[in-house]
Design a protein around this ligand. Structure first.
Ligand SMILES: [Zn+2]
Ligand SMILES: [Zn+2]
Length: 101
């Protein structure tokens, strides 16, 4: 035994699903987890949230909402009162007559 199971050099096992991946894979082929120990580029700039297309930022407490505006329950984007659907994910506005039953 032993030698036959020698892994190709640089191969790695996914910490999430234990699938064995090749050295050149930077993500698990099965679950797309990042390769452990790879230099994951930490994007410091991209971390800031989701701005609504209008440019309003989601700043929950101190941001006074325009009258009648509503927050999408699905993606938490704030929508204008007159929007009947979320501008981002197109979920129906909560409390409208669209019912799922
Ligand atoms: Zn995996
Ligand atoms: Zn939404």
């Amino acid at each position: 035994f032993g030698d036959k199971f020698k892994k190709p050099k640089g191969s790695w096992d996914c910490a999430t699903c234990f699938v064995s991946n090749k050295a050149e894979d930077s993500k698990c082929v099965a679950c797309q987890s990042e390769k452990p120990g790879s230099s994951v580029p930490v994007t410091s700039s991209g971390a800031s949230a989701f701005a609504a297309p209008s440019g309003e930022l989601l700043d929950l407490d101190k941001f006074k909402k325009p009258e009648g505006s509503w927050d999408c329950e699905v993606c938490l984007v704030q929508n204008k009162a007159e929007a009947m659907k979320c501008v981002a994910c197109e979920s129906a506005k909560p409390g409208t007559k669209t019912e799922f039953k």
